[in-house]
Ligand binder design. Structure first.
Ligand code: CAA
Length: 283
């Protein structure tokens, strides 16, 4: 099966990035969110990113306009009635994702593949909300999507081989590198990354070092592009907490218990860069 037209659900940080790279690779994209204002905001980010590429002379102004013209606005899931692929990047809630997938199962043609960009929720459970679990798959992009090369491709229990192959081929056309993983909590990326971030938060909580020192150790000592506390702010502390809770619940192992300081910050509304304050403050 060849993908020509797709819908991206969710015009936030991840969804707009996914829509951008798909449109840049030549796909016809519907960018969907609950309100047109949210879709507009996502398109604004895409335009800004493309404008930067024009300034750096990586693409021409005409190419930028062509990419934008391949993205259509949508606030109605019914618009997915003629797409080959849906990539869902809505909020990280199993209830919401299951509702969306059940609706998509009714709306989309039989051949349509339903992918989710979830960062840790079980693909198999999302797939069970549909009558086509063999066509449900995880496509986990990394933030910032236009920059990061990896896409974790997660097979649910019932995902068909040909569906996996279509998604692997499609990912290659986005100039990304697909890596196959199986469906376990946190997959590979967040099973390893989040406990490291959580441990960095414990290190701060226990007074082992200042936030700046913790970040500096990991940046200069391990060559990480960002220290773990800066990265946590960048990802969003609510997302970090949600993923730790998914690991904790999924494995029932206390080694994944979220740090109380992380819980406290999230309760305070200190969600990182997006809220202006997390471990650091932002303008
Ligand atoms: N959108 C688009 N492009 C962006 C961007 C964004 N939000 N942020 C930076 N860029 C681009 C810049 O335009 C620049 O492009 P060129 O090299 O083509 O000029 C390039 O990225 C580098 O940017 P900067 O020079 O401004 O900054 P930097 O060198 O510090 O890089 C970074 C920024 C790429 C974000 C880098 O700090 C980094 O790699 N950080 C780690 C990111 C990471 O770990 N991501 C994974 C998070 S986990 C996840 O996503 C999974 C999950 O489920 C939680």
């Amino acid at each position: 099966m060849t993908v020509k037209k797709l819908m991206v659900i969710g015009a936030g940080q991840m969804g707009s990035g996914i829509a951008q790279v798909c449109a840049q690779a030549g796909y016809e994209v519907l960018l969907n969110d609950l309100k047109d204002e949210l879709v507009g905001r996502g398109l604004g980010v895409i335009e800004k990113n493309l404008f930067r590429q024009v300034q750096k002379e990586r693409i021409t102004s005409q190419e930028k306009d062509e990419v934008i013209s391949r993205i259509s606005r949508s606030t109605d899931l019914q618009d997915a009635n003629d797409v080959d692929l849906v990539i869902e990047a809505a909020v990280e809630s199993m209830d919401i994702k299951r509702k969306i997938f059940a609706q998509l199962d009714e709306i989309t043609p039989e051949h349509t593949i339903l992918a989710t960009n979830t960062s840790s929720l079980p693909i198999t459970e999302i797939a069970a909300a549909t009558k086509r679990p063999e066509k449900v798959i995880g496509m986990h992009f990394m933030n910032p999507v236009p920059v990061m090369k990896l896409v974790e491709i997660i097979r649910g229990l019932a995902t068909a081989d040909e569906v996996y192959q279509t998604i692997e081929d499609m990912t290659n056309t986005l100039a990304k590198v697909p890596v196959e993983v199986n469906d376990f909590p946190g997959f590979v990326s967040n099973r390893i990354l989040m406990p490291m971030i959580n441990e960095a938060i414990y290190t701060l909580y226990e007074g082992v070092a200042t936030k700046e020192a913790i970040d500096e150790v990991m940046k200069l000592g391990m060559n990480h592009p960002m220290g773990p506390l800066t990265l946590a702010d960048f990802i969003g502390l609510d997302t970090c907490l949600y993923i730790m809770e998914t690991l904790h619940d999924g494995f029932g192992d206390d080694k994944y218990r979220p740090c109380p300081l992380l819980r406290k910050y999230v309760k305070a509304g200190w969600l990182g860069k997006k809220s202006g304050r997390g471990f650091y403050t932002y303008e």
